[in-house]
Design a protein around this ligand. Sequence first.
Ligand SMILES: NC(=O)C1=CN([C@@H]2O[C@H](COP(=O)(O)OP(=O)(O)OC[C@H]3O[C@@H](n4cnc5c(N)ncnc54)[C@H](OP(=O)(O)O)[C@@H]3O)[C@@H](O)[C@H]2O)C=CC1
Ligand SMILES: N[C@@H](CC=O)C(=O)O
Length: 302
Amino acid sequence: MKVGCGGDGGSSTEEVPTDYKALSAYLLKQNGIPVIADVTASSSVQEHYQEWLAAGISVVTANKGIFAGCENKYQSLLTAAKEGQCRLLHETTVGAGLPTLGTLESLKASSHDIHTVEGILSGTLAFVLGQVAGGKTSLSQAVKEAKELGYTEPDPRDDLNGMDVARKAVILARLAGMKGVELSGMTIESLVPESLRSCSVDEFMAKLSEHDKSMADRVAKVEEAGGRLHYAAKVDVKEQKVEVGMLSCEASHPFNNAGPDNMVAITTNFYTRPLVIQGAGAGGEVTATGVLADILQCANQP
Ligand SMILES: NC(=O)C1=CN([C@@H]2O[C@H](COP(=O)(O)OP(=O)(O)OC[C@H]3O[C@@H](n4cnc5c(N)ncnc54)[C@H](OP(=O)(O)O)[C@@H]3O)[C@@H](O)[C@H]2O)C=CC1
Ligand SMILES: N[C@@H](CC=O)C(=O)O
């Protein structure tokens, strides 16, 4: 963390490690509603959620890890928020600025039985697969652009290996009411070439072009058969199943109308034709609006 010093408005800065205890103590001393917003991808920040919530500090976060991690830990966060009488809001962990989790919560609260939640949950993969479709761009170029546009995780392999989609599917499954869903029990198809799985991000970006042809061949094969590739997720509450992976969709499939967007289709006992939420599912600006909406909720409905 960089801290400004000097009473002149901060003419110099020094780098100091974040003192999370001092931060929470400071917040609790202020008049008003204490909220901490975490927009990192850091697990070390998430380790403090429990103590913040227990102390009555609301947490707003775009950081997915803990919500898709061990179910017991996730449940203890919910308990801490209840006991601390504060909010734990993470709308942006699934569709960036799209109102996905809020919609699911409000459907549940208004007596809908959630049957399935499915769709395209990765802005990066929607963009990349859209770019490589029809041979428009190479895989490596599409990933480079997605990174530059701010769609990817800090390490784009977390998107390409399906892990980002799998985490979102776990979050949706838990919110939809499924129990016992863990990432470890899922089969997750990875688009990261085996040889590039453990190198640095820079090396991965530099060497990805060696794999452009195999991706182009895969796309061409599906398209020759009249299909289109999407990376999709399906949470089936009735069947108690969570699936993620590449899907070859025939021309009439609704996913083909999503363009570079995310698309989440929710089927319930009342919405037998699914309720569909569609829009940009990644990018700094839309994510910031989602984080802001959560902060405002903490302020307006503490
Ligand atoms: N980009 C998107 O479209 C979306 C992102 N998210 C989530 O938002 C989070 C951030 O993503 P994104 O903005 O793309 O990633 P970036 O890598 O662009 O930004 C992460 C920022 O967090 C800072 N950071 C990392 N660790 C710490 C720490 N311990 N304390 C303080 N700051 C820290 C980094 O600083 P430094 O560079 O100095 O290390 C960096 O500025 C991720 O969890 C991601 O999953 C969610 C929805 C959409
Ligand atoms: N990297 C993610 C960002 C949002 O969660 C994505 O591509 O969807």
